[in-house]
Design a protein around this ligand. Structure first.
Ligand SMILES: C[S@@+](CC[C@H](N)C(=O)[O-])C[C@H]1O[C@@H](n2cnc3c(N)ncnc32)[C@H](O)[C@@H]1O
Length: 196
């Protein structure tokens, strides 16, 4: 079975455009077959960045959007905050779309292909992610634990996960080593902040 995170070179391209408005900010994003939330921005991703923008005290520095898809999270934060944004994904089509979307929205970020942290050497003030769930719990936990070890001093990992996707058990494991808090809840989605 093909998942949105696999690289299927044969998948037909059918670009479509998605609009997002938040306050005075407006973005138009190209999306395509083979990427997550291809027709509509995901509710969890929206809830994540809107909670982050309302709550986090970190408004500048080095940010990583891990598993950027077509770029919704990183582009929105880059547009609203004066940050150095890095965006990575394992999906080649997602990387291509993110680069296109940065250009069309006149934004600049560092974008590259990476399977988890394989190609990432830097540390970050904020790592933000709507993580892949279908990869399974072991890979999900590896991505989250590796994220915490790529935080700078006083850095923050922010992620969204649904209650029925195992939010509580994931939090329990992270909380064994790190400070972990549920910052907000809505419609079964939990926004979780982790600090080391
Ligand atoms: C739930 S989607 C979120 C996409 C996008 N951030 C958004 O909010 O619409 C998770 C993303 O993680 C990517 N992904 C899956 N496994 C990955 C891995 N090992 N390393 C990096 N990215 C991965 C997928 O390709 C997908 O784009």
């Amino acid at each position: 079975m093909e998942h949105y995170f696999t690289n299927n070179e044969d998948l037909k391209s059918e670009i479509r455009y998605i609009k997002y408005n938040y306050g005075d900010t407006s973005l138009t994003l190209a999306s395509d077959n083979g990427v997550f939330a291809k027709d509509k921005i995901d509710y969890g991703s929206k809830f994540l960045i809107e909670t982050f923008l309302k709550t986090s005290l970190i408004k500048k520095g080095d940010f990583l959007d891990l598993g950027c898809g077509y770029g919704f999270i990183g582009l929105t934060l880059k547009k609203m905050l004066d940050v150095n944004m890095t965006m990575v994904d394992v999906n080649k089509r997602a990387i291509h779309l993110t680069k296109m979307n940065l250009k069309s929205n006149n934004l600049v970020a560092t974008v590259y292909l990476s399977d988890g942290f394989t190609n990432i050497t830097d540390n970050f003030d904020v790592i933000i992610t709507n993580p892949p769930i279908r990869v399974g719990k072991d890979i999900l936990l590896r991505l989250l634990l590796d994220s915490v070890s790529h935080l700078k001093d006083k850095g923050e990992l922010w992620f969204v996960i649904r209650k029925d996707q195992g939010a509580k058990s994931v939090m329990k494991i992270l909380a064994e080593k790190y400070t972990c808090a549920v910052v907000a809840k809505s419609k079964g989605f939990y926004i979780i902040k982790v600090t080391n």
